[in-house]
Design a protein around this ligand. Structure first.
Ligand SMILES: Cc1cc2nc3c(=O)[nH]c(=O)nc-3n(C[C@H](O)[C@H](O)[C@H](O)COP(=O)(O)OP(=O)(O)OC[C@H]3O[C@@H](n4cnc5c(N)ncnc54)[C@H](O)[C@@H]3O)c2cc1C
Length: 597
């Protein structure tokens, strides 16, 4: 069976040394999050993930979900009990507002837990993940009555949440959406239409399911400007707050799919179901964006999570599997062959995954802390700057961490040779499960377009300029430090490439938008490399400082520095290729007439 150990120690290095969480203790919820408390919470969470969620990963893959003739859906054996262990431990409300029963702790802790849960069992982790996204949308846009009706139960985990955007003819282009909403005259609406691919749409793990549904109110304008958001419960909530009669919503079927078999992906039929408006009429996308942005970060974390668990298994295998001899002579002459970890190509593969994982984790924590500042700070300028960061980094975290998360699951699988391709070792499941993360919550091509088309120019380029200034200032401050040179020089070069690519778009994409479209994915990955390079430079600085303190951590810090050096020497140079591809423009991409494809 695959192994998994939650990387609590690595997270604590990030929260103690790289982005000291104590610096944020002026924010609500952070005073309780002292480093010791955080470590204790994460150790408990790690136990739940390692001992309860991870052993069910294989079960979920093999059994999948079952829809019964009456439309009910059961999840794989053990999922319900594991979900109950999650909710009874108070994990659903870890960062939810205290007024609804949550613990109000930093969102950053929840992001860390999302990584652990998704490594342990991606399919199972999605049920609470979607609920937390729905909670976030209701907190921001729900009326007081809606909040009071739904939030305490959702925060408790007794009720779960879903997001319903997709229809068979409308995925990326939500303007095509047809589901309609007709006022009932009593403040509610009758919702009719069919949604497809709805994660956790129906299951038996919760007492009620709270669907957040995008629909068009009769007479509303066509396109995205006529879409509203509704809360549609599976069971209509009675006056006393308990679930009452079954609403007109049902699961028509569940999808048979490549991975995440333990998550019920449902076709949901709304047949005059009672729904209540969230936020303003025709501003549904705006309200749903709260959930979508949360979900995009969570999906980026899922990419990292699959890369991490696949890596852990690949390392264990590479230390154990004996094949061939080291190029420089036998390293284990007493054995019939050396373990494959001696071979440079195996080490290259493993290090490229490890270097990504640790940088991606830092990027997630940096961004999650910004999310806490954006939502909790009383200082407007601070909030705005954190919000800029979130807007800019969200498509990068989603797109880059999932593209590479999948690539890395494949790389880790490759370490097993033929044994990775058969199901026995579990590597195939990581690859199959990781694949969806590149698709849902906006396919990665769309994330790249969001970054280039919307985020770069927003507010006169304020967010990107602030990113350039921060990374540039770090390089300047550390340029003279001999121990930082291996980090600062490549970072400076990568930053230069990113600035040139940004300038190239400014000069060449306005008049010819195809230039932006053709270069967007390269730009997103170029950005990802620079952001991760910056994370490595910050981690190197912190590791040097820790070594200087001499707390018996030298070996661990050396491992950090060596991994970072690999990133800088072997991965960072890709920024030049990305810039070169972007600067050729769209001609080669667009020249071929459609009939020649
Ligand atoms: C397992 C699973 C779970 C899901 N869970 C949910 C859920 O809980 N709720 C929900 O609402 N949806 C869910 N989805 C739907 C998912 O979000 C969509 O599949 C996704 O947004 C893409 O939409 P689509 O499949 O219609 O592809 P399309 O929109 O048809 O896109 C097809 C391809 O064309 C590209 N493309 C489209 N338009 C453009 C453009 N303008 N520029 C460049 N490229 C473009 C896309 O990047 C993509 O690669 C889920 C899907 C799956 C498979």
């Amino acid at each position: 069976m695959p192994v998994y150990k939650a990387p609590v120690e690595d997270v604590m290095f990030l929260l103690n040394d790289v982005f000291p969480i104590e610096r944020y203790n002026n924010l609500p919820g952070f005073a309780d999050a002292t480093p010791d408390t955080v470590e204790a919470i994460l150790a408990e969470g790690a136990k739940l993930c390692e001992e309860v969620f991870a052993p069910l990963n294989r079960v979920g893959d093999e059994e999948g979900c079952v829809r019964h003739p009456d439309g009910t859906v059961t999840t794989p054996k053990g999922f319900k009990a594991a979900y109950e262990a999650f909710t009874s431990g108070g994990w659903m409300g870890l960062s939810a507002p205290e007024e609804y029963g949550g613990q109000g702790l930093p969102t950053t802790l929840n992001s860390v837990m999302q990584e652990f849960l998704s490594s342990a069992n991606l399919a199972l982790g999605m049920y609470p993940g979607l609920t937390q996204g729905a909670i976030a949308a209701l907190v921001v846009h729900g009326s007081d009555a809606i909040k009071k009706t739904y939030l305490p139960k959702m925060v408790e985990g007794t009720w779960t949440g879903t997001m319903n955007l997709t229809e068979s003819h409308c995925g990326t282009d939500l303007g095509l959406l047809k589901t309609k909403a007709v006022p009932n005259g009593d403040g509610s609406y009758a919702i009719t239409g069919t949604k497809i691919f709805i994660s956790a749409g129906e299951h038996h793990m919760a007492e009620n399911i709270v669907h957040l549904v995008l629909a068009r109110i009769e007479g509303a304008p066509a396109g995205t400007k006529g879409i509203s958001l509704f809360v549609v419960p599976k069971f209509i909530v009675k006056e006393d707050g308990s679930p009452g009669e079954h609403n007109g919503v049902s699961c028509g079927s569940i999808e048979h799919k490549m991975g995440i078999h333990g998550n019920a992906t449902c076709v949901m039929n709304y047949d005059g179901a009672k729904g209540w408006l969230i936020g303003q009429e025709n501003r549904g996308l705006n309200a749903m964006f709260v959930m979508m942005n949360e979900a995009r970060l969570a999906v980026g974390i899922q990419g990292l999570a699959q890369s991490e668990v696949a890596y852990q298994n690949a390392v264990a295998y590479a230390k154990d599997r004996l094949q061939g001899r080291s190029l420089t002579g036998a390293k284990f002459p007493d054995k019939p062959a050396d373990p494959i970890i001696v071979h440079p190509d195996v080490r290259r593969t493993l290090l490229s995954v490890k270097a990504f994982n640790e940088a991606a984790r830092a990027l997630v924590i940096w961004t999650a802390l910004k999310s806490d500042v954006a939502h909790r700070s009383s200082d407007e300028a601070e909030r705005q700057s954190a919000d800029d960061h979130m807007g800019l980094l969200t498509p990068v975290v989603k797109g880059v961490l999932t593209d590479l998360g999948f690539d890395n699951a494949v790389r880790a699988q490759q370490m097993f040779g033929g044994h990775g391709y058969i199901e026995e070792w579990g590597m195939s499941q990581f690859v199959r499960d990781a694949r969806i993360t590149m698709i849902y919550e906006g396919a990665n091509g769309i994330q790249a377009m969001d970054l280039v088309g919307r985020k770069l120019g927003k507010d006169g380029g304020r967010a990107i300029m602030s990113f350039f200034n921060e990374v540039g200032a770090f390089c300047q401050e550390n340029a003279a430090d001999e121990s930082m040179k291996p980090f600062v020089a490549p970072l400076q070069q990568g930053l230069g490439h990113l600035q040139q690519a940004t300038m190239w778009f400014m000069q060449n994409a306005m008049a010819k938008p195809d230039n932006a479209g053709a270069g967007a994915t390269d730009y997103m990955h170029l950005f990802g490399l620079v952001a991760m390079g910056y994370m490595w430079a910050k981690m190197a600085k912190a590791a040097n400082a820790r070594k200087a303190q001499g707390n018996g951590v030298a070996q661990k810090m050396d491992a950090k520095l060596l991994t970072g050096r690999f990133f800088m020497e072997r991965m960072m140079p890709e920024t030049a290729t990305r810039l070169a591809a972007i600067s050729t423009g769209a001609d080669a991409t667009m020249a071929m007439p459609i009939e020649m494809f």
